[in-house]
Write a protein that binds this ligand. Structure first.
Ligand SMILES: Nc1ncnc2c1ncn2[C@@H]1O[C@H](COP(=O)(O)OP(=O)(O)OP(=O)(O)O)[C@@H](O)[C@H]1O
Ligand SMILES: Nc1ccn([C@@H]2O[C@H](COP(=O)(O)O)[C@@H](O)[C@H]2O)c(=O)n1
Length: 229
């Protein structure tokens, strides 16, 4: 069991496996885990509930000022609360997924959540943090930066299979269109666009199973930190 500080930044587009593998990698590294996408999803839920228009940045900013967000960092137990309400299921639904890229493009939303992300990371000591801008903006001094990629087809296929398994329907074309739409919005926005950090290691997961990806990521962490595997 290691207690030396470690920050792993994991970025990449949707469906590359960031959440699944970061959670397991954190367990293997005896580290905490932070899903920053879930934080933007909670902010988006609050915006949708407040009824403001998604093209009104000022109204979005006002809607999230008092965001009562609680996010857990235990990789074995997901905790996502808005006030006292468990919203871990609702934030993964179609409505939030459609709106989240618009909300996450608003500067004051990012400022609020990035502050919280930095606090959580510095309190944790050892942590794997996943999102879109972790290595580039949130934690530019992270010990290890990984950029996960996979073809849009592979990512849509995975997400569609997940939807089928969770009873959310089977519509590959719609899922592929959503994956491509979000890639485009997230990588072309003005603030903190999705892109690999210059000092990141890119891992393509298209032809790797989850366990294969975790092994590869663990190897990268050990190589970068000089730890023995
Ligand atoms: N290497 C892999 N091989 C097969 N399936 C995978 C692989 N990685 C992840 N998956 C599956 O793909 C789906 C999407 O994975 P996950 O939610 O971890 O991606 P993500 O990058 O965090 O996506 P998002 O950014 O949209 O939250 C899940 O059903 C997961 O089990
Ligand atoms: N660091 C981050 C993380 C996420 N986003 C935005 O949130 C959306 C949802 O993220 P998921 O990982 O849960 O799919 C994502 O599409 C981004 O718009 C972000 O901006 N920065």
């Amino acid at each position: 069991m290691s207690d030396s500080p470690l920050i792993v930044a994991m970025d990449g587009p949707s469906g590359t496996g960031k959440s699944s593998v970061s959670r397991k990698l954190a367990q293997r590294l005896d580290a905490s885990y932070l899903d920053t996408g879930a934080m933007y999803r909670v902010a988006t839920l609050q915006v949708l509930r407040s009824g403001v228009e998604l093209d009104d940045a000022e109204a979005i900013a006002a809607a999230v000022v008092d965001l009562a967000l609680t996010i857990g960092t235990d990789p074995t137990a997901e905790v996502v609360l808005l006030g006292d309400e468990d919203v871990s299921g609702e934030i993964r639904g179609g409505e939030v997924t459609k709106a989240v890229s618009a909300v996450s493009a608003v500067g004051s939303v990012r400022e609020l959540l990035v502050d919280l992300q930095r606090q959580l990371a510095s309190n944790a000591g050892r942590i794997v943090v996943e999102g879109r801008d972790i290595g580039t903006v949130v934690l530019p001094d992270a010990d290890v930066k990984i950029y996960l990629t996979a073809s849009a087809q592979a990512r849509a296929q995975r997400r569609n299979e997940q939807n089928i398994a969770e009873g959310r329907g089977d519509d590959f074309d719609a899922v592929l269109a959503d994956v491509e739409r979000r890639d485009n919005l997230d990588s072309t926005r003005a603030l903190s666009p999705l892109r690999p950090a210059d000092d990141s290691v890119t891992v393509d997961t298209s032809d790797l199973g989850i366990d294969g990806v975790i092994d590869r990521l663990h190897q990268v962490v050990c190589e970068r930190t000089g730890a023995v595997r």
